[in-house]
Design a protein around this ligand. Structure first.
Ligand SMILES: NC(=O)c1ccc[n+]([C@@H]2O[C@H](COP(=O)([O-])OP(=O)(O)OC[C@H]3O[C@@H](n4cnc5c(N)ncnc54)[C@H](OP(=O)(O)O)[C@@H]3O)[C@@H](O)[C@H]2O)c1
Length: 325
């Protein structure tokens, strides 16, 4: 089968199409013909060598496609439509293979998969896994956002952000979100109640001050840039949930202010989530009910994976990119 693989760390040019053997699933796994693979910023960071993974490496954590083979314990049948998200280093854990999803077929543990409803496209299914589980962990698991509560989502038109905004809106929360000034209408269309320019901290403080109650959850993917602001606007006793810290400019929040307000600062990794399949099923239900619509901004053929990486690193778009093997 064809897959994207790289044998050294570096820029997008290290990605190449190669022919590699197809694997057979273990008992708790399924093999999936990948119709679409989601592209995430971490794919590019991993390609650059941020985590120093062993090489060669097939990029990609997100997938949607059809089951082509199953292990003895699998709840799936050949031909089932599925979607899922897999930690890159644990795709086929028992053998220690590290097979990402930018490939024609991939072997996946079934607890990383969920059925893909007929009314949800493969591209949307491939786009939602990692970002949807991240949004769910941040808002529900760690943020404990209540129906009718209030949250702030930074970068609400990004991959994670556009799902977080919709998830919070579907919970009946009041949603304040930030984006590039050209994208504020997109935020409102996604369900945000208040859309704020991400460069205008004063405007954000003014919007929060005018709310009936300040956000009990602040969802931040660029903590290095926003730490002080987050602590300033979050409600006393609230949570700042952190998925990214600006590797080049790590900064501590004002701990005195955080202590004074009993603020919880909670960094987390999506792949420490205990029951990925349960959250995937929840996301699937939200997509089928129309409460969650994952935006697929661009699709790329397998041999265009390098272009997809250049885009995820440097272009402005709403939602997600997918590679279609
Ligand atoms: N910890 C975890 O488990 C986890 C999980 C998922 C993602 N992440 C990390 O979280 C980050 C976001 O992921 P993603 O998939 O959502 O990436 P993405 O699709 O590239 O979205 C990033 C968003 O940030 C916006 N942005 C740029 N400058 C900003 C600023 N100063 N303030 C607020 N927003 C700003 C961008 O807007 P414009 O493009 O319009 O400028 C874009 O919408 C990445 O660093 C990723 O590695 C971590």
């Amino acid at each position: 089968m064809r897959a994207i693989r790289h044998h050294e760390f570096g820029g997008p040019e290290v990605l190449a199409v190669e022919s590699i053997p197809t694997l057979d699933p273990d008992a708790d796994e399924a093999r999936v013909r990948v119709v679409a693979a989601g592209v995430n910023p971490c794919d590019a960071l991993r390609r650059e060598g941020l985590w120093g993974d062993p090489l060669p490496l097939i990029p990609g954590s997100d997938l949607a496609g059809e089951v082509t083979a199953v292990g003895d314990e699998s709840e799936y049948d050949v031909g089932d439509r599925v979607f899922g998200t897999v930690p890159m280093l644990n795709v086929s854990g028992s053998r220690g293979d590290r097979q990402g999803t930018y490939a024609e077929e991939v072997v996946v543990r079934t607890d990383r998969l969920a059925p893909l409803a007929d009314d949800v496209s493969f591209a949307e299914g491939a786009a939602v896994g990692l970002v949807g589980c991240t949004a769910w962990r941040g808002l529900v698991e760690f943020g404990r956002l209540r129906p009718g509560g209030t949250c702030l989502v930074h970068g609400g038109t990004g991959g994670v952000g556009h799902v977080a905004v919709q998830l919070a809106a579907a919970m009946g929360a009041t949603v304040v979100a930030t984006a590039h000034p050209d994208r504020l209408d997109d935020l409102l269309r996604l369900g945000a109640d208040h859309a704020v320019d991400y460069t205008d901290d004063d405007a954000l403080v003014a919007v929060v001050d005018a709310l009936d109650s300040p956000p009990e959850v602040v969802f931040d993917h660029m903590f290095g840039a926003h730490a002080g602001l987050d602590v300033e606007v979050v409600a006393p006793g609230g949570s700042v949930v952190v998925i990214g810290g600006n590797h080049d400019q790590p900064r501590m929040p004002d701990l005195t202010a955080a202590i004074g307000k009993d603020v919880t600062i909670q960094p987390f990794d999506v792949f420490n989530l205990a029951h990925i399949d349960r959250v995937l099923r929840h996301l699937s239900a939200l997509m089928s009910s129309g409460d969650l619509s994952v935006r697929v901004a661009h699709r790329y053929d397998l041999d265009e994976a390098a272009a997809a990486h250049r885009a995820v690193e440097g272009e402005r778009f709403v939602g997600k990119l997918v590679v279609e093997p």
